[in-house]
Design a protein around this ligand. Sequence first.
Ligand code: HEM
Length: 496
Amino acid sequence: YVWYRGRIRSSKLPPGPRPLPLIGNVHQLPLKDQHKTFAEWGREYGDLIYLRIFATPVLVVHSLSAARELLEGKNSVTSDRPHMVFVREFLGYDSCFPFIPYGEVWRRQRKWVHTALETKESLASYSRSQRRAVHALLSDLLNEPERYSQHLIRRYMAAMMMVIVYGHTMTSKDDAFVRTAEEAMGGTAKLGDIASSLVDFLPILRHLPSWIPGMGFKRKIPQVRQLVQKTMDEPFEMARKAMIDGHDQSYFVAKIISSQSEGRLLQPDQLLLKYAAGALYIAAVDTTATTLSTFLLAMVLHPEVLRKAQAEIDRVVGGTRLPNVEDRASLPYVDCIIKEVYRCAFPFLGIPHAMSRDEVLRGHNIARGTVIVANLWAMTQDSTLYPEPETFRPERFQEMDSHTAEQADPRKFIFGFGRRICPGRHFADMNIWLTISSIIAAFDISKARDAEGNEIMPQMSFTSGLVSFPDPFECDIRPRTARTRHLISQLSENPA
Ligand code: HEM
């Protein structure tokens, strides 16, 4: 009877590679670049691929249409998160709303973030801080071009988020809050390999001692956990005190506290706000930094694209100032570059969703607790929307009719789906546009040369991990003219 029931059930499941007893499909998952293996399976099995990782059912969504149907159309059942033992229990991100189940606590944090990041007025209120940060980045690129790297770009993003979330202006390049956060995020990324994420699927592993092979990562957990705790606590405490002392109140933490009755938060809400603020900082820095690094890499590899964009910007702003958001509609080619960067950068593997109850999806019985992985990478490589998807070619968006261009805009999916869609998407896009258009207007970017004067040709290749960065590359960045050099120096001396 059990065999018979099992057959009936599995006949209603989507297809997928054959699992082994007990371990399921674990043996077929590579240690790196799982999204590429998922994409191969998608070509073989179709839009929905069913896997089992130990006892946990996993549904991989291969196409954009299926992702929209399931994660947007059925968002009342597909907005949960799986229980993330590793990040929540081990590393202490336990009240960070990106990782918690769908429910009241998530709703409360998400509502605060909505008012702070998703309304027109709130977005407009950050434009000054964003402009200032971009000017500081341009000045750093002018003075230390050889250190352009992810380090410089991450510091720029970190500085901006410190102001916007905590009202804290970095006064030194070695800011203590930023250093701690960098160490916490670096430690999280290093520990978050396949061995540690298996704990999410086989929670019993959490009880194994660290001397057992594969469990060595557990020895480093206390140190990273402490750093995560400090990242959440210290800037929040500083921001709260600064608010009580009556300083500038335009930052996230102050805005939320002052919007509460009597301008005070109850103790449990204080904890939630602290984690919501920490989540914003962490979610913003690496995702934006990798997008900007990929832009630089693409410009090194495609100088003709950079020249075309510079000509477009010169026609609109005339080399006398930097572009601003009001110029965006007049700079369609720059917008195409940004879309192509989003498509190729593919900064973020996404966070899995989970089913909150049993449901029939596309005729398949999908059980409560099934983990849903939207393979965003496969969507960026869909050759029916993006012919020759491995080629960086911003013109592809100009050649589409308006309906297809709308469908193919990567901003429609790289920020996720449904109720869990990235709340920072408008903020991120505005920021990325401002930064990229300013760099194009101000700098020439080309290949670095080795000691013999030969050009060093970088590769468009990426690291593996939750947030994927371009592999380190060298490039040559210099101001386009003496006039742009002067303009940047002036802007950094007289901040906007
Ligand atoms: C290029 C930049 C960015 C990309 C590609 C990106 C992408 C994503 C994706 C794919 C998700 C998961 C959505 C889902 O579960 O369906 C997400 C979630 C999230 N993002 Fe972003 N993001 C970016 C920048 C930002 C920024 C700048 C912020 C904050 C200012 C931010 C805050 C968040 C938060 C808080 C979540 C969790 C949402 C939730 O679980 O309710 N992100 N992001």
